[in-house]
Design a protein around this ligand. Structure first.
Ligand code: NDP
Ligand code: HSE
Length: 464
């Protein structure tokens, strides 16, 4: 059981003694009405960390006035102290010894924006065990070690807040965790990777090449240090694991997520989608489904998707993100905003920092609640509508033989368009909802038909 001793004397918020499950914190509340001093230890000072230091300095008087909290970044851990960060803190605040920031008795709250799993996991665990609240933007850490970290925060009665880890500046974790806590959520679909949305938008709007658009996204600070994480869907996969955990109260990890990236998407795919009144987006989907044996399961996946132009997600362009929540009582909701970039992300971190500091002053932490073990739906069981294009010989009977293959595998065709290519034709199909395994079997058989020259891109479609 966590207990808090409140000491009504001027001073700082100081964790006094800590231990798993039994943290005791002495909190010195100023008796003169002046703001409580909150000393922040920052782990990482890159795109997000540097923007946070600037934002804290900018907003400090207003936060003190409105929330009675005097935030100050007092220690900063980086890899290389020789780099000039152009941030409003003294050079003495920087260190390469991140552990010393966490253990510093003059640090009340830890902000982790270094990224990666280790040493972030060790540092965050140490801070929580010592009764220090933690704010993190690190989706990889949460998607791989969330369960142990949430439990540690809970046991020590302190906050572990992570609004910035999913969809940058967009408030989505708190709405899912609090406002929609009683809501039966069926599905959450998100454009949650700014880099890939920027690339797809530049390819569609300006005809930019994939490579040029990626370099531009990197220069704008959207991409991860290894952009493979963005373009192959790992970043969105980590985020959808966190979304599913919070939305469904279920322990979902990065390894549960099926993912396909955008590196295979061509200009031709984008143009064909546009002809069909669709655009292509990298969507992250978390949904509740029921298995064939009647047991509930959760599907989590990331893949390029055809989105009808009249769907709200179709208008989300550039580095913007959006999360679309389908729920039983509230109906559909969409939250939209900047999903990447130092300053927008720092804004979400600052919101958490204020919350964690205020909670610390009140002597309690927020809770994520109990997480259930759930069955994860195998991708073969997932039902989607599909877009596919195939090149065939342009002669009598071919269309009938192709349509027969769809029918034999129980895949129903919603629409078909044919385009002449000299002696060949391109057939573009959109199916009704079909199981992945049935669609795959259809494709295998189509490839074996003598009249089929090539099977082009196969993409899932929303809106059916
Ligand atoms: P950067 O690569 O720009 O910055 C990382 C910072 O952490 C650098 O200052 C680096 O030091 C420091 N660092 C890394 N490893 C260590 C270590 N072992 N010891 C001490 N310092 C270390 O990353 P971002 O700011 O872009 O991202 C930070 C986090 O925020 C990540 O988890 C990311 O996924 C997340 N995020 C990022 C968004 C964005 O748009 N950039 C949006 C939402 C979340 P040095 O500078 O010396 O190399
Ligand atoms: N690389 C990530 C993106 C940063 O492009 O969305 C935000 O998490």
């Amino acid at each position: 059981m966590t207990s808090w001793l409140v000491n009504q004397q001027p001073g700082n918020l100081t964790p006094d003694r800590a231990g798993p499950g039994g943290t005791v914190v002495v909190m010195n509340l100023p008796s003169d009405g002046s703001p409580s001093s909150v000393r922040v230890g920052l782990l990482g000072c890159g795109h997000v960390g540097a923007a946070l230091v600037a934002l804290v300095a900018e907003r400090r008087p207003e936060i003190a006035r409105r929330r009675a909290l005097d935030l100050e970044v007092v220690r900063i851990a980086v890899r290389n102290t020789a780099i000039d960060r152009d941030v409003p803190v003294s050079g003495d605040s920087f260190t390469t010894d991140a552990a010393s920031v966490v253990s510093d008795p003059d640090v009340d709250v830890i902000v982790e924006v270094m990224g990666g799993i280790e040493p972030a996991r060790e540092l965050v665990s140490t801070a929580l065990a010592a009764g220090k609240p933690v704010v993190t933007a690190n989706k990889d850490l949460l998607a791989n070690h969330g369960a142990e970290l949430y439990a540690l925060a809970e046991a020590n009665g302190v906050d572990l807040l992570f609004e910035a880890a999913v969809a940058g500046a967009i408030p989505i974790m708190r709405p899912l965790r609090e406002s929609l806590a009683g809501e039966p959520i069926n599905r959450v679909m998100g454009i949650v990777n700014g880099t890939t949305n920027f690339i797809l938008s530049r390819m569609a709007a300006d005809g930019a090449s994939y490579v040029d658009a990626l370099v531009e996204a990197q220069n704008l600070g959207y991409a991860e240090s290894d952009p493979t994480a963005d373009v192959e869907g790992y970043d969105a996969g980590a985020k959808v694991a966190v979304i599913a955990t919070v939305a469904f109260g279920a322990m979902v990890v990065a390894g549960d997520v099926y993912h396909e990236g955008i590196s295979g998407i061509t200009q031709a795919d984008i143009e064909l989608a546009a002809d069909l009144q669709h655009c292509i987006k990298l969507l992250a989907v978390a949904e509740r489904t029921v298995a064939d044996d009647g047991e509930p399961q959760i599907g989590v996946r990331v893949h390029p998707t055809l989105v009808p132009l009249d769907h709200p997600l179709a208008s989300v362009n550039g580095s913007f993100n959006a999360v679309f929540v389908e729920s039983a009582a509230a109906g559909d909701l969409m939250l939209y905003g900047r999903g990447a970039g130092g300053r927008p992300t720092a804004s979400a971190v600052l919101g958490d920092l204020i919350d964690a500091s205020a909670n610390m002053a009140r002597g309690h932490g927020a809770t994520i609640g109990t997480l259930e073990q759930v069955r994860i739906a195998p991708i073969d069981d997932v039902v989607s509508a599909f877009y596919l294009n195939i090149e065939v010989d342009d002669r009598p009977g071919v269309l009938a033989s192709v349509a027969t293959v769809f029918g034999e595998h129980g895949v129903s065709i919603r629409s078909m368009e044919q385009e002449g290519l000299g002696g060949e034709a391109r057939l573009v199909f959109i199916t009704h909802g079909a199981r992945e395994r049935d669609l795959r079997a259809t494709l295998d058989e189509l490839r074996s038909l003598e009249a089929v020259r090539a099977v082009g891109s196969v993409l899932r479609v929303i809106g059916d």
